[in-house]
Design a protein around this ligand. Structure first.
Ligand code: ADP
Ligand code: MG
Length: 741
């Protein structure tokens, strides 16, 4: 320990020496100056840092009382002679630290060291306290000291600045007025003007020698700026996180052995995980159908460092395929070893599915072309059979006995004709009659009919959207498609179940992401839902193909859904299916909503007035010789004169030669050399008043309208019943006669 710095004021040199000797002999830890007068003492007090002053009472230039006044707070011990206790008390009152009586019986020097020690301790403590308070007073943190009851006893300069109180205003006030809480931590404090700011409080408890709490020192650090910065950081992190989280690309980091180190929620979403955390418990390799594929990617990374626009089929957690495009970067260490893989993954599945849809549509298209072609020929064959049966029946009395057979042939032909009609609907070679229809009404009507004919175990329900406007469509076709779906639903529920028909108005924008061709603003959604057996994937893949059926021979033709498909296509609509084995199937059709056009398509221009009925010569143009023969026979039997041609060129030549004679032309549309349309136009050139009836298995609605607009007298659907063709011919000729009259 440092030596105690003592100033001895003693005018008696003998006493001075005695003090000195005692210190030396006892080896007391003192360093002292001895002076004889107050004047000298004053000089030393001013110059030195003293711990204790020991002063004789009587001094040459005053007394120890005077010494008290110049002691500047250094403890002063007074030595007095015996019998001078009163003086001693007086000295204490004037600020002396203690006194010691010079007792002749006992050497006072022996008592002195203890008192000196105590005085020095107290002096040093005081000095430290002063330094401490000085420091506290001027440190930048706010410091305040409170009593146990919370009354503020001390507040430093920073406190006054920060809390905006003067020390007079705050001393003696309860610390609660600034929001003080008696614990460490972060708090919201308020200034005198009420403004709030964040402080971090750290408190120390001061106890007295008995261990009782005497005071609490609080250091309050203003952390408002810090808090603000923290808040700013947090919100910017939040923003960043949001960006990261909402990103459409899946981002990930993994180790070369596939361990996922980090990933974003998009990554989790793409692969069907509930959260990024869940994804992290998986190995990236598990998402590859073959682990070899991951190895290959690593090889490529080692080679090129990165992989751009890498298309690959991965699999989701549940094993279902997901088509992705990935950009991958490999991170290498100094020796070129792959240490980390980072990647961005884009889900390309929808695009792939659209591609698949397109392929499927193309397949259906080619099947349609094929089926349409076959049906067209088949149609003519049926026509021939039908016509000849008719002729035989009429002409040969012997045949009457064979009426049953003829009837059977007729019915078989009719069945064939129905089949052809279905195929043509699928192949979209059927005539579509667009008119304004109310789909809700159509559904209701169908439901009424089905409720009567379907087994009673099938429970119908309807959910019709009253907002559905009327739309331009072919009522027969929509009816047919809906009926086919209902029949399938019935077949799927042999033990009964629920059949729901629903309509809904849907905006095109919602379809466009699945069907880029959904250009129309509004669509009528028409849904048929059953609770039947559902379909396995292989049936789902092929169900729209014509003649695909899973039903027993005689039960299914496999044309139901093909027709639905054809109807949907010819209306430029969309159809989708969802099916669950054992749960049921839902077919959803979307028909574009189009407003009715101003002009009724069926209106025919009638500028035929003044035409001459040239009489009974009819030109029949048909490339199918047997059919030609048949029609010719029919007409001749009715007393008409018939000219015939087997191709377009021949027809035009004949017409040119006999134009005055020919009253009516009956021509097929599909002809060799010159097609029916061309034939018709050339005849019109030869004779603007040429009367032509066109027959065909299929007439494009636009073409039909064009033909009618151009003056074709009628269009007849093949195969035609002999009676039908005769009626048309007669009507056309009679019409003209009527106009004539
Ligand atoms: P068909 O009904 O004559 O078999 P479709 O073209 O109407 O022909 O249907 C093809 C196949 O699709 C059916 O044989 C059946 O396996 C399946 N299918 C169609 N609709 C359903 C349905 N609602 N529930 C279950 N399977 C269906
Ligand atoms: Mg069916």
């Amino acid at each position: 320990m440092d030596l105690i710095r003592i100033l001895l004021i003693e005018d008696d040199i003998v006493d001075q020496l005695a003090f000195k000797r005692h210190v030396e002999r006892e080896k007391l830890p003192y360093r002292f100056d001895a002076v004889k007068s107050l004047a000298e003492a004053k000089r030393i007090i001013a110059a030195e840092t003293l711990d204790v002053i020991v002063s004789d009472y009587n001094l040459g230039d005053g007394t120890a009382i005077d010494a008290c006044e110049i002691s500047k707070g250094v403890p002063l011990i007074i030595i007095t002679g015996a019998g001078n206790e009163e003086i001693a008390i007086k000295a204490l009152k004037s600020g002396a630290y203690d006194y010691i009586i010079k007792d002749p019986e006992r050497n006072y020097l022996k008592v002195l060291p203890l008192t000196v020690q105590k005085a020095a301790n107290s002096c040093r403590a005081d000095r430290q306290m002063k330094m401490l308070l000085h420091a506290i007073m001027h440190i930048s943190d706010s410091v305040y000291i409170t009593n146990v009851d919370g009354t503020i006893r001390f507040a430093n300069a920073s406190f006054c600045r920060t809390y905006q109180y003067t020390s007079e205003e705050i001393l003696g006030r309860p610390s609660s007025i600034i929001g003080d809480d008696h614990a460490d931590g972060e708090y919201l404090h308020h200034r005198k003007d009420g403004a709030e700011f964040f402080v971090s409080l750290s408190k120390s408890i001061i106890r007295d020698s008995d261990g009782d709490v005497n005071a609490v020192v609080t250091v309050a650090r203003d952390i408002t700026e810090h808090k603000r910065a923290e808040e700013a950081l947090r919100s910017s992190e939040e923003k960043y996180r949001k960006f990261f989280d909402e990103d459409l690309a899946g981002a990930f980091v993994c180790t070369p052995d596939g361990k996922l180190v980090s990933c974003n929620p998009s990554f989790a979403r793409i692969f069907g995980f509930d959260s990024a955390d869940e994804a992290l418990s998986y190995n990236f390799i598990a998402l590859f159908p073959k682990s070899r594929q991951f190895t290959e990617i690593k090889d490529l990374l080692r080679l090129n460092g990165k992989l751009e626009h890498h298309e690959i089929q991965l699999r989701r957690r549940d094993g279902s395929p997901v088509f992705v495009i990935q950009n991958i970067i490999g991170k290498m260490d100094a020796s070129g070893r792959l240490i980390e893989i980072r990647g961005y993954i884009f889900d390309n599945t929808r695009h792939k599915l659209l591609e698949e849809q397109l392929r499927q549509a193309q397949k259906m298209e080619s099947i349609g072309t094929l089926a349409g072609g076959i049906a067209h020929d088949f149609n003519n064959i049926l026509g021939i059979i039908l016509g000849h049966v008719h002729i035989l029946y009429k002409g040969d009395p012997a045949m009457v006995q064979k009426a049953n057979s003829i009837d059977s042939i007729s019915r078989a032909v009719q069945r064939g004709a129905k089949l052809v009609k279905q195929i043509l609907t699928f192949a979209r070679r059927n005539e579509v009659v667009f008119e304004s229809i109310n789909i809700n009404a159509l559904v209701e009507e169908l439901k009424k009919m089905l409720a009567e004919t379907f087994p009673k175990m099938i429970e119908f329900s309807l959910k019709l959207d009253p907002a559905l406007p009327t739309t331009v469509a072919d009522a027969n076709q929509v009816h047919q498609a809906l009926l086919n779906l209902c029949v399938n639903a019935r077949d799927a529920m042999p033990n009964g179940g629920k059949l729901l028909m629903e309509t809904e108005l849907v905006r095109g924008i919602f379809l466009r992401e699945r069907y880029p061709d959904a250009h129309e603003h509004l669509y009528a959604c028409l849904r048929v839902q059953d609770t039947g057996e559902g379909m396995p994937p292989d049936v789902l893949n092929r169900m729209f193909e014509p003649f695909f059926t899973t039903k027993d021979i005689g039960r299914g033709t496999g044309l139901g859904l093909a027709v639905v498909y054809g109807v949907i296509k010819s209306h430029k609509g969309f159809v989708e299916v969802s099916s669950q084995i054992g749960q049921g199937t839902t077919f959803t059709m979307y028909f574009p909503i189009r407003e009715a056009e101003k002009e009724d398509m069926k209106t025919m221009e009638n500028d035929l007035a003044g035409e001459s009925a040239a009489g009974g010569t009819i030109l029949v143009v048909e490339d199918e010789p047997m059919l030609l023969e048949l029609v010719q026979g029919l007409l001749e039997a009715q007393g008409y004169k018939v000219l015939s041609a087997v191709d377009g060129l021949e027809a035009v030549e004949l017409y040119a030669r006999h134009k005055d004679e020919i009253g009516l032309v009956l021509t097929d549309l599909g002809l060799p050399k010159l097609d029916g349309w061309e034939v018709f136009q050339r005849m019109k050139e030869i004779n603007p008043k040429a009367k032509v009836i066109i027959a065909s298995g299929y007439v494009d609605p636009a073409l039909r309208q064009n033909l009618l607009n151009a003056g074709a007298r009628d269009l007849v659907q093949k195969p035609y019943m002999p009676q039908e063709i005769l009626t048309r011919v007669r009507q056309t000729i009679e019409e003209d006669a009527a106009v004539m009259n």
